[in-house]
Each structure stands twice: as structure tokens, then as C-alpha cells.
Design a protein around this ligand. Structure first.
Ligand code: ADP
Ligand code: ZN
Length: 726
């Protein structure tokens, strides 16, 4: 059976190998086990139930709460040649009946159903008339109260499934579940001796950062300017902030869509479609946006404020890089923003005990913002996974900055709070420390306190942030309620008595570990993207549904001349080769005559007719020893595996300069490259300056203008990067 699954993966999806966990999950289901599978976002959950659905007799039900996602999945399946349909509230009455009729006929291999659409009679008639081998429950955490996204309609599911005469297999899938939630899922869905798979929550292609103490506006504008070709999401906590951020971007001439609950359905739909179709690159949104967005090529997610809990954060941030390519998640943290979340919880409709769960989750979220631990580690630990190595690229891992001693300022603030006797809020304490002439302050006689104007050298807002930081660190406490007042916490005492010092780390920049450059493009890649955009427009689907960026990039390098070569590209299965093959092969031919460079591989003997290549060019290069393989790809492959040019040179018996040339050449041909392995980020502006001064014709004059430590390789890399951007 698993061989058949393997074949389906290749033939239908065009993928050569299963991702971590997929094979075990699929064979578990095919062997007849109930299943709980916890895979990170982008881990490839859909394949885990779609392949069994194709191989098992009858119709698999997929329960999913996400309407837009259902449509995408069904569209994608149909393009792969698999019969599928969905039932949800987006269908008109006639359409709905039509789908239902066909479903009862057994016309579909997969039927997606929204849980709200299922009521007892409907469920019964489905189960009586249809052969249902498997019920797959997506976003299974929605069944748990302990989760962050509880949905009552999920509760009833279990009930009905329990009552089905021939109970099918049940498989739950989710990306976020603490141990508690996982147990709850098993219990609520009444899984029978389920096999549980946890492939880990870590997302190695994401670089996580927390930025504290930055001028958010300036930070954001710079961040976006450096990532002009990329698609990204900016999450803000409220509608108002969403509006303001959008206006900020517009005032700088940066085009962005916005999305929040206050817009009409039509407006939201339009914003979402523009984003999905790559017509607008940036989406500014509240958390209303994203449930069901599976756009795979989102390169960054910036949080303008902290969200209410770590589950939400990871889910939202995790919308970056679903396609597995390097992506960035930046959280802009100001302690004062915590108030917004507190307020949202307090004003919320949840029951009291639920609110206190939410409060403690918020606390954890804040700890994430302040931790010095690896951020990836912190998150996976929160989900119960404790044996993960530091990621090496989050803002904590990269942070070499010294801690600043802030004991004196802490004492000022704490003693002021002590003197105000818990009768005032943070704003008033800040005014006192600033020495403000505020009317209410004077009326209350607060200007007579010995701490009045102690911190007059700082702006009032900064003082307030400082106070919030002390709250977050547990030295001060805020009362609950609409007008929280601030008091000393027990931790404050040792500080006031001089027994404890307070250190603060200020992170104001995102280190450029994996900057945007990782995925910028060559002219060939751009032409392919343009083709994809047109093809998508013709069919009225988002571009990613035609091919992923990774697939296009591989085409750009492979420049396939025959159908066999096309099928060797990752992400091209039989149906897509049938559908787009001719057009792509023709386009590749045109591009070959236009851009000689990228055509190199095609003229190599390995692509002679009759010999059908098994692997992608990159994979081929990695096992290349023979002359026939393009040498530069082989060097590049080794470079991508983490070797530096010196090692590669030794291994391949050639000079280091040659190897460096290979790497640069691959970059010009459109291979994604992490420039920061070659260019020290701080040196880049220097090098650019030197190029400006000495011109780009010769390397030596540029090198002479620079410090000894800057290598020729770095200069070549900057030249290459520059020429490709321009
Ligand atoms: P999830 O639902 O877990 O977030 P998806 O099922 O949407 O993830 O898959 C994420 C992406 O990974 C999709 O673009 C999918 O086509 C791709 N993918 C899934 N399995 C594989 C595989 N075995 N090899 C390559 N790509 C895969
Ligand atoms: Zn890390």
C-alpha cells in the first residue's frame, strides 16, 4: 500500500519524497489506525489525508473550519485530476443541492464539509448512503476548550461520529497543540487507540525576531524597503491600528491592502484576492485575516503589536514560509502594547474562568518577548517539546549585545510607585517622574513627592514604557479592570534595598541573518513568474495554484527541453505537465535564446534525447563527478549544504577562486542564495560605497578602497546582488 502512496506522491503531486512524518501517518491510516497528527504549518498535512482518500474505496470526509481554505484545496485537487468538492455556506442553495446530490452518488474522492454545515440528520444521511472510509478533521485543536480557538460545532462532531453504524477511521490534524490540548483532542473526538505522530513544531525555515525599543514606524518602512519584491503580512491588534499602518505605508508610496472585521464582506474579499493573486504584495490586517490563507510564498510576517497568546502568534507568524523557503517573522514589542491585549481580554465575551486562562496565556506571550533564550526553542518548549537545539538565527541566538545595567532607573521608578500607594495608573506615575504640570497631578499634590521629576531627562512615553517593562518583568503589578492602577510587586523589594540589580537588553534591529536576498530573482525567474501570473489570470486562480516559487526557480535553472525533464522538476506531476507542458517548454526555449547564460545546462550532454533524467538538476549536480554535469551546480550544491568555498575547492580539486565563481554564477542564474554567508552585513554599505567611487569595471580599485578584511568574493557578491536587484 505504501508503494502506491509513494507513486501517488510522484505521479499526482510531482514530489519525489515524503516530508518528515508523512509516510508514517499515511501508512498508519492505510493500516486502519485512528490517528492524531501534529505537524507544523507547512509540514504538509493535506497530503496525509488526501493520499489515503485517493487510495481507499469510497468518499473521505474532510472537516475543516476554514471556508477559503476548503475552496483552495478543492481547486488544487481538481487541478491535480482528483474529484473533490466542498459543502459550506459560501455555496448558493442550488449549488449546494447539486454538490450534495453528486456526493450521495459517490462522485467525489474527497468531500470537504464545514462543521457548522453538519447537523444530525445530514450527517446520518451521508453516513447511510455513502461509503466513508475515513473522516479527516483538520484544525482538530478547535475541539478543545484549552486551545486558543475553541469551536462548539466541533464538539458535536464526536457525538455523531460515535453514533455512525460503520464507524470510519478518524484522523485529527493540527499544527498547534500543547500536551493538554492533544489529550483533549483524543478524548473529545473519541479516537480509538490512536497512533499519535508529533513531528515537532520547529520551523527551520523561519527566522524569528523580537524587536524592542525601536521606532516602529521607521523600522517598518526600512524593513519593507529592503524587501521590495516580497510578499508579506503585517498584523496589528486593532482595526484602528490597521488603518494607521496602512496610511503610513500609503504616505510613503508603498502599496498595501488592508483587512479587518470592520470592512464589508466585499471589501475583505477584494483585499484577500488581491493579495492571493500577487497583485498587492503587502497585507495589513487584524487577526481576522489568515484563517484559511494558505498562500505559500509569504516571505515575512511582521507583528505591529503582540498578540494575545503564543499559539496565535505562532499560527500567524507561521503563515510565512509555508513553501519551506527562508522567511522572517518579526515581532515589534513595546511593553505598553500589552495593555491593548489586556483590554481585549477584559472587554471580551468569554466566561470568567476562560478569561483567566487567557490572562495567563498573555503572560507567556510577554515572556517570549523578553526571553534571552532561543526563540524557536522557547516556542517549541511551550508546546511540550524540550529537546530542540538552538536555531542559530533568531534574534536571541544572534544577539551579542551587552546587557545594560538599569538598576538606578528602576529604583527611581519603583520608589515613585511605592509613594503613590497604588492609587494611580502608569500614565500618572510617568507624569510624576517626568515632572509634568498636569492639572490632576497638581491637584493631588503629587508634585510634592520626593520622586517628582526624577526622570525629567526622558520623554514621558519612554518613562511609561519603562514602567511597563518593569510590570512585564514582574517588579510592578497592574490591577485588573478598566482603569488598572500600579503597585509594587514583591520582587521590587530586593531592588529597592540594593540587593538585586536589573539588566535590560535592548534590541533595536533585526539582524540580517537571512535577509530578503535569499529569494530574489533572476530575469529568467521573473519571466516565468510573469507567465505564471498571466496563466493564473486566465484561469482565475491565484498564481501559487499553478506552480510554487520553488518549482519556477527550479525550472529557471533546469530550462527543460523535454517533457521528461519537466516531470523531473519538483512540483510538476502528470496533470500539470499535460496542462502546462507545451507552453512551458516553448517559453523555456524562448528564454534560452534570450538569456544565453541560463541555457548552459541544456546544451550539456546529460540532456540528450532519449536519456531521461531522474532527478532535478540540483540533485543531479550533487552526485556529479563526471564531466557531463555542470560543474558550477555541483559547487553550488556543496555550498548549499553548508561547506565554505575553501573546503569545496579542496574536495573538488580546483582553486577557491573557481569555486567562488561557480557560486556567483549560480546566483546570476537564479538559484536562491543566502548572501549573508558571503557578505558581512555591516560591510555591505562600505562595499557599495567603494563601488560607487571606483566604478564596477575592475575589482582591484574597489578592493583598494576597503579594509583588508573585505574579500574579493564579498565584492563580487555585492556586485552580483546589485546587478540583479537593478
Ligand atoms: P499544512 O496544511 O501542514 O500547513 P500543506 O498541506 O498546505 O501544509 O503543505 C504545505 C506545502 O508543502 C504545500 O505547498 C504542499 O504542496 C507542499 N508539500 C507537501 N508535501 C510535500 C512533499 N512531500 N514534498 C514537497 N512538497 C510538499
Ligand atoms: Zn534561536
Amino acid at each position: 500500500m505504501i508503494e502506491q502512496a509513494q507513486q501517488a506522491l510522484k505521479k499526482i503531486y510531482g514530489f519525489d519524497t515524503f516530508r518528515k512524518g508523512q509516510e508514517e501517518i499515511i501508512s498508519g491510516i492505510l493500516e486502519g489506525h485512528d490517528t492524531l497528527a501534529i505537524l507544523p504549518t507547512g509540514g504538509g498535512k493535506s497530503v496525509c489525508y488526501q493520499i489515503p482518500a485517493m487510495l481507499l474505496p469510497g468518499t473521505t470526509l474532510v472537516i475543516s473550519p476554514l471556508i477559503s481554505l476548503m475552496k483552495d484545496q478543492v481547486d488544487s485537487l481538481r487541478r491535480l485530476g482528483v474529484s473533490a468538492a466542498f459543502l459550506n455556506s459560501s455555496l448558493g442553495a442550488a449549488e449546494y443541492r447539486g454538490v450534495l446530490r453528486s456526493a450521495m452518488n459517490g462522485d467525489y474522492k474527497l468531500l470537504y464539509v464545514a462543521p457548522e454545515r453538519l447537523d444530525a440528520p445530514m450527517f446520518q444521511s451521508l453516513s447511510e448512503q455513502l461509503q466513508i472510509p475515513l473522516i479527516a478533521i483538520d484544525e482538530a485543536h478547535c475541539v478543545s476548550q484549552w486551545g486558543h480557538d475553541f469551536r462548539p460545532s466541533y464538539r458535536q462532531l464526536a457525538e455523531w461520529i460515535g453514533r455512525m453504524p460503520n464507524r470510519p477511521l478518524v484522523a485529527g490534524f493540527t499544527a498547534t497543540a500543547t500536551n493538554e490540548v492533544a489529550e483533549d483532542i483524543v478524548r473529545m473526538l473519541r479516537l480509538r487507540n490512536p497512533k499519535t505522530y508529533v513531528t515537532g513544531f520547529a520551523r527551520p525555515n523561519l527566522s524569528l525576531s523580537v524587536v524592542t525599543g525601536a521606532d516602529k514606524k521607521r523600522f517598518l518602512l526600512r524593513f519593507l524597503k529592503e524587501r521590495e519584491q516580497q510578499s508579506g503580512i503585517i498584523y496589528a491588534a486593532t482595526r484602528k491600528e490597521t488603518q494607521q499602518v496602512t496610511e503610513l505605508l500609503q504616505s510613503e508610496g508603498i502599496e498595501a491592502s488592508k483587512y479587518h472585521g470592520g470592512l464589508s464582506d466585499a471589501e475583505r474579499m477584494e483585499a484577500q484576492e488581491q493579495f492571493r493573486f500577487d497583485q498587492v504584495r503587502i497585507m495589513v490586517a487584524t487577526n481576522a485575516f489568515g484563517m484559511g490563507i494558505d498562500k505559500p510564498n509569504v516571505r515575512y510576517v511582521v507583528h505591529w503589536q503582540i498578540p494575545g497568546d503564543l499559539e496565535s502568534y505562532y499560527q500567524e507568524a507561521g503563515r510565512a514560509g509555508r513553501d519551506g523557503e527562508e522567511s522572517e517573522c518579526v515581532l515589534l514589542f513595546e511593553p505598553a502594547d500589552m495593555q491593548i491585549q489586556r483590554f481585549l481580554i477584559e472587554q471580551g465575551m468569554a466566561a470568567e474562568d476562560r478569561k483567566s486562562i487567557q490572562m495567563s496565556k498573555l503572560h507567556n506571550m510577554m515572556n517570549y518577548c523578553r526571553t534571552d533564550r532561543c526563540l524557536q526553542q522557547y516556542i517549541v518548549d511551550y508546546f511540550g517539546e524540550s529537546d530542540v537545539e538552538p536555531c542559530g538565527k533568531c534574534s536571541s541566538c544572534l544577539d551579542k549585545s551587552e546587557l545594560t545595567d538599569r538598576t538606578e532607573e528602576a529604583k527611581m521608578a519603583l520608589s515613585c510607585v511605592g509613594r503613590m500607594k497604588g492609587r494611580f495608573g502608569v500614565t500618572m506615575v510617568a507624569k510624576v517622574l517626568k515632572g509634568s504640570r498636569d492639572k490632576r497631578l497638581l491637584e493631588s499634590g503629587l508634585d510634592r513627592l520626593s520622586t517628582y521629576s526624577l526622570m525629567r531627562h526622558l520623554p514621558e512615553k519612554e518613562i511609561a514604557d519603562w514602567l511597563y517593562w518593569l510590570v512585564a518583568e514582574g517588579y510592578l503589578r497592574l490591577t485588573e479592570g478598566q482603569y488598572p492602577t500600579v503597585t509594587l510587586a514583591s520582587n521590587a523589594l530586593p531592588v529597592l534595598e540594593g540587593r538585586e540589580t536589573i539588566k535590560q537588553r535592548v534590541r533595536a534591529t533585526v539582524k540580517q541573518a537571512h535577509s530578503a536576498s535569499a529569494s530574489f530573482a533572476s530575469p529568467v525567474f521573473e519571466s516565468l513568474k510573469q507567465w505564471r501570473k498571466e496563466a493564473a489570470a486566465k484561469e482565475g486562480v491565484p498564481p501559487f495554484m499553478i506552480f510554487s516559487d520553488a518549482t519556477l526557480r527550479e525550472i529557471a535553472v533546469a530550462m527543460p527541453a523535454h517533457r521528461d525533464e519537466l516531470l523531473a522538476v519538483k512540483g510538476i506531476g502528470a496533470a500539470k505537465a499535460d496542462r502546462y507542458g507545451d507552453e512551458l517548454l516553448q517559453l523555456a526555449q524562448e528564454l534560452r535564446s534570450l538569456h544565453g547564460g541560463a541555457a548552459q545546462r541544456v546544451s550539456s550532454p546529460s540532456s540528450n534525447q532519449g536519456e531521461s533524467p531522474q532527478a532535478s538538476p540540483v540533485a543531479r549536480a550533487s552526485r556529479s563527478v563526471g564531466e557531463e554535469e555542470p560543474s558550477h551546480l555541483a559547487s553550488f550544491q556543496l555550498f548549499q549544504e553548508g561547506h565554505d568555498p575553501g573546503e569545496i575547492a579542496k574536495q573538488r580539486g580546483m582553486s577557491q577562486v573557481t569555486v567562488e565563481g561557480h557560486i556567483i554564477r549560480c546566483a546570476t542564474e537564479g538559484m536562491a542564495i543566502d548572501w549573508n554567508r558571503i557578505i558581512v552585513p555591516e560591510e555591505e554599505p562600505l562595499i557599495l560605497g567603494a563601488i560607487e567611487e571606483a566604478g564596477a569595471e575592475k575589482l582591484k580599485p574597489i578592493k583598494d578602497l576597503l579594509p583588508e578584511s573585505v574579500s574579493y568574493f564579498a565584492i563580487k557578491a555585492v556586485l552580483c546582488k546589485k546587478s540583479m536587484m537593478g
